[in-house]
Design a binder for this molecule. Sequence first.
Ligand SMILES: *[C@@H]1O[C@H](CO)[C@@H](O)[C@H](O)[C@H]1NC(C)=O
Ligand SMILES: *[C@@H]1O[C@H](CO)[C@@H](O)[C@H](O)[C@H]1NC(C)=O
Ligand SMILES: *[C@@H]1O[C@H](CO)[C@@H](O)[C@H](O)[C@H]1NC(C)=O
Ligand SMILES: *[C@@H]1O[C@H](CO)[C@@H](O)[C@H](O)[C@H]1NC(C)=O
Ligand SMILES: *[C@@H]1O[C@H](CO)[C@@H](O)[C@H](O)[C@H]1NC(C)=O
Ligand SMILES: *[C@@H]1O[C@H](CO)[C@@H](O)[C@H](O)[C@H]1NC(C)=O
Ligand SMILES: *[C@@H]1O[C@H](CO)[C@@H](O)[C@H](O)[C@H]1NC(C)=O
Length: 429
Amino acid sequence: MHFHLPLLLFLLVTVVPSDAGLLAQGSDSLVHAAHFAHRRAIKRSTGLAQDLRRAFAGILLDQPSSSGTTGRVYCVSVSGLSSNNTSSTGSGSNGTATSVSSGSAASASGTSSSGSSGGSSSPWKLIQSYQGSNFFDGWDFFADADPTHGTVQYVDQGTAQSSNLTEINGQGHAIMRVETTPQVSGNRMSVRITTTATYTGGLVILDAVHMPTGCATWPAFWSNGPNWPAGGEIDIVEGVNDYSNNQATIHTNPGCTIPSSNSSALNITGTVVGGTNCAAAETGNAGCGITATQSNTYGVGFNSNGGGVYAMQWVNSGISVFFFPRSSIPSDITAGAPQPSNWDQPMAFWPATDCNPFQFFNSHSAIFDTTLCGDWAGSVWDSAGAAGQAQSCAQRTGVSTCEAFVAGNGTAFADAYWEVSYVKIFQSS
Ligand SMILES: *[C@@H]1O[C@H](CO)[C@@H](O)[C@H](O)[C@H]1NC(C)=O
Ligand SMILES: *[C@@H]1O[C@H](CO)[C@@H](O)[C@H](O)[C@H]1NC(C)=O
Ligand SMILES: *[C@@H]1O[C@H](CO)[C@@H](O)[C@H](O)[C@H]1NC(C)=O
Ligand SMILES: *[C@@H]1O[C@H](CO)[C@@H](O)[C@H](O)[C@H]1NC(C)=O
Ligand SMILES: *[C@@H]1O[C@H](CO)[C@@H](O)[C@H](O)[C@H]1NC(C)=O
Ligand SMILES: *[C@@H]1O[C@H](CO)[C@@H](O)[C@H](O)[C@H]1NC(C)=O
Ligand SMILES: *[C@@H]1O[C@H](CO)[C@@H](O)[C@H](O)[C@H]1NC(C)=O
């Protein structure tokens, strides 16, 4: 990556004033306070980490701090943070695959775009279908360094195909793998793809049979708009390592919040995990996340259940993410004529009352990626207890660092693959 960043905004992630204040309180014991501060720091850096994939212009520098430990300084180009305009970009460091406007991409759409079998009264019209032998048409392969500092080398389409990282399998499903060569000296090859088509508002449906899982993995299916975070970001499927509960998150400009962290009040099945402020700049880039309560929503539980369907609805009333396990996919979805008003509660909902979905989000491209280690999966290698993962990856693998595991344990990545039946993008009809 080239760092031609015009101006950098630095956020120090180790000890910040709030932690110092915490220590000064001298509440219980200093040890307890320090432990708490440490956890806060991990949580904060995890939030940042998640988002540095999003903060396309972001780079991470390690620099020694006075205390001798390594401090992490996150740098986000101001053009990325201050929304309006990135006319000065073009430094290859933004990490985005340029989103060409839709139009021409439509022709690339896969086989059966005629799924709408005369279906009844769906308010949605299919505009893009990625499915079958042409699944990969209409996506750009991102082949630069991972913006989130994972130990992966994203490869172009030709390399992905010749290296057996992508294929359409016997069921007509799209496969996206991580390289499983037993030992590698540098990064492992992986795949990150972005739709050339863009959409503002709409309904995006993903049917996946399998998703990447296991220690060191950090897969996501998500979308974002231009001039991050001005165009907004919507993370539909995301997690790391051996997590079993999905997290959906949005990241926006200041002014977007969740009205409550009460699941009943929001009418959702999920749980608000962090704060209710979705502004990237005001939350250390963390945004506002909602975690699923069921363990069949992500990772091993998702895969052993034959996966399922995720649907993201972006309409005047707000943005929702729904999950349906394989055995309970609504028939209107299967018929290609989705009727969200008939569906059960979403796992996540960000109501328009406190976050105008057409002010804070526009012109999104959908993205798949699988990175390894990096800012999130790597930073929680030693942690246990989050999102259904009982044991840390360090314990589980017997390997002390994420990077060493990636370099030396390639066969462990046999399950680090996406198997996607389809992605469909609908607009209101
Ligand atoms: C960006 O846009 C906002 C309004 O959307 C405006 O208040 C602000 O001044 C603009 N900033 C720049 C740098 O143009
Ligand atoms: C960004 O700024 C440039 C010049 O400063 C201007 O020409 C362009 O129209 C602006 N673009 C947007 C999207 O505001
Ligand atoms: C982002 O990077 C790509 C290629 O790396 C470049 O073509 C594009 O202009 C950049 N976009 C922005 C908004 O900086
Ligand atoms: C591609 O990888 C899969 C999974 O490891 C394997 O089953 C298949 O045989 C490979 N195909 C080729 C052509 O190497
Ligand atoms: C959560 O919201 C529900 C429904 O609005 C309400 O009945 C309940 O008391 C709320 N719970 C809390 C802890 O505020
Ligand atoms: C909650 O969602 C269900 C299902 O979508 C809906 O039937 C119900 O009216 C909603 N309740 C409230 C209070 O919005
Ligand atoms: C990782 O590789 C080491 C060295 O080959 C091996 O001893 C260990 O069993 C492997 N662990 C896993 C979980 O694959």
